[in-house]
Ligand binder design. Structure first.
Ligand code: PGA
Length: 249
């Protein structure tokens, strides 16, 4: 089955010449890949991959506003005009800046209206032995999809990213069996929100300290449809190695 691998560059790199270099290298590589590779650079570098399909172009966020006097905002129509096909919504680093589940669900619905696939991020801050994280995940998922209607639900992508596993100060990637358990849980909720068939068609990605050592097993044993990769996605050689390692999973 085709995998979706999303590169979340976050606020990197510092210059457009470096961004162009990475993209040049990724383009020749992505052309040969049978998986869907999505590069999400900062807004300022989106033009470099304008209308690209191999790799696909993704954005890291979108405004809740669709136009007008909103200094600093970037709207869905702007993304559409650049040929953006995916947009990350509700990344924990944006939620930490005040984005709510309600905002996330509105952004997802806005994107779907323009035929841009939203990558809806959810994930708990911590896990406890009592298992409080399950209700956190459920509440977050339901609220983040509140505005996403059944007729378009199969176009969303869910990225499960436990916050405690993200970044270089984190505890590292989640155990494969725990990822698998979370995927089943998320699918069950999607099924109750929509129906079984739609739930099965929605790709579920894992994100949080994915690297060359764990990428293949996260897909194989974690049962995910793809990966959302931060740090390792701007190191071109490393990212290519990861993509090669999962090419036959
Ligand atoms: P990481 O980030 O791969 O650097 O942990 C993942 C993410 O935040 O999407």
């Amino acid at each position: 089955m085709k995998k979706i691998i999303v590169a979340n560059w976050k606020m990197n790199p510092e210059s457009s010449s470096v961004a162009q270099k990475i993209i040049r290298e990724m383009k020749s590589f992505a052309r040969r890949s049978k998986n869907d590779i999505v590069i999400c650079p900062p807004f300022s570098y989106l033009y470099i991959l304008e209308k690209s399909k191999k790799p696909f172009l993704g954005a890291q966020d979108v405004s809740l506003q669709t136009g007008g006097a909103f200094t600093g905002e970037v709207g869905i129509q702007m993304l559409k005009s650049l040929g953006v096909s995916y947009v990350i919504v509700g990344h924990s680093e944006r939620r930490a800046l005040g984005e709510t589940d309600g905002d996330v669900s509105k952004k997802a619905a806005l994107a779907l209206k323009e035929k841009i696939r939203p990558i809806v991020c959810i994930g708990e801050k911590e896990r406890t032995v009592k298992g409080d994280h399950w209700s956190v995940i459920e509440r977050m998922l339901r609220a983040s999809l509140f505005e996403v209607k059944k007729n378009v639900a199969s176009k969303i992508i869910v990225a499960y990213e436990p916050i405690w596993a993200i970044g270089d100060k984190s505890k590292g990637a989640m155990e494969y069996s725990d990822i698998h358990e979370s995927v089943l849980f998320i699918r069950k909720i999607l099924s109750s929100l929509y129906d079984q068939k739609i739930a099965n068609s929605i790709p579920i990605l894992y994100g949080g300290s994915v690297d060359l050592v764990n990428a293949r097993d996260i897909i194989k044993e974690g049962g995910v449809t793809g990966l959302l990769i931060g740090r390792q996605s701007i190191k071109v050689d490393q990212f290519k190695k990861i993509l090669n390692s999962i090419s036959s999973v």
